[in-house]
Design a protein. Sequence first.
Length: 478
Amino acid sequence: MSAFETRGVVEGFYGRAYDEGERLALIDEIGERGMNAYLYAPKDDPLQRERWREPYPDRDLERFAQWISRGEAVGVRVGFALSPGLSIHYSAREDVELLCAKFTRFLELGCRFFSLQLDDVPSTLQHDDDRAAFETLADAHVSLAHAVANAIGEASTLWIAPTDYAGTGGSPYLETLGAELDPRIEVAWTGRTVVSPTVTADEARERARCLRRRILLWDNYPVTDGPMRPMLHLGPYTGRSADLVESVSGVMLNPMEFPRASRTALFTACDFLADPAAYDPEASFVRATRDVGAGAPRAFADFATAHRFSPLAPDDRDRELEACFRAFRDADDDQHDARLTELDRAVARREAAAQALRDELDDRALLAEIEPWIESYACECQRMRIAVDLHLAFTRAQSAMDRFLAFSRFEGRLTHLITHRKASYGPRRVLYPQLRNHEDEGARFGDDPALFEAHCLADDFLHHAEQVAANALGAKRY
């Protein structure tokens, strides 16, 4: 049995919320794999965030009740979040009562797991009445959290996503939460930054000490919203210390807006949460790609491997293929032809994956989700093929003119390809929101890499091929 009390998924991304079938299927599957919590918190549900004062219509409440019932059947607590922080008057009785009434309506449906979302909102009090009633934003948040906790009762679990949700050091805001917030209320934390490459026991211990309670890790992986939209995060769950449980009560993963594609990372996280000490991310990745890619498991594994790049694995662009490329690039004359043959075969195998997925993948909903990246993947494979073909042509060339014609064909073939906005084999450019704090005036990036440029493995293939050809033919570069 896992030492983490809470293990689950938080549907907390910006973008299209899951539809009914997608959500119920995911609840079923995470329950089968040992997770026990699912939080409904999509940022773009208007009644969850911008229009939080408005009650959900009866048809939505009926759906919510079905989710709760389905979760109970598979051992998953289904919870609901509200995010009033953009417009609430913390000192206004009417606002507080409206919020509590909306939470209480979930309670009447059978929900016993709630979240008060106060993240991604201004870090200071915005209204004159609130500034008159509360000394700080933290005081207002403590007051509101206690009102909600009283409304839902002691038999329910409440956690808050605070405004200051990333980082390891303390702050006056966090100190107030730690000192004043009812110890039964859990507090979420994303790690030292927004998408934390690693989460260590020491970092969690420091945040838990400041908040005077075990914390709940809201893990922003494999989410790809906002500026991360070019990416598809299909790599295994890595970089989390096995001994986090000392300071972390649970882990909730924030998936992509693509529920089928998110399963690859989520299934590996299920393995970690079940037994952190014995977790093997590579073995888990093999199992996950086999299950998710049923019908075309080898092709899906190759495709997923080309999309392992993330802050958790910023050097992973298909390590096997990159090692093969480097072995060829660095080979001496005696090994050149053998290494080129190996590279040719490696690229050919990956080239075949795109069509195999389209023809053989059992999960056609998954295929529709990843189709934009299949197009990108196929294009990058073509670009690598063009580079390898140039090397093969140079190997067979009988004269300098043969090499010139091969180089011309190489450049001509590239003009027929369109570079896609979606990233495969690493990004050409992507920004990860790696803030270390969320103060209105003091927000700054932390020490973790945020802006990644020129990280596409296919570009490395092409640059090397062009350099070999240019040097052989004396072409000047500018």
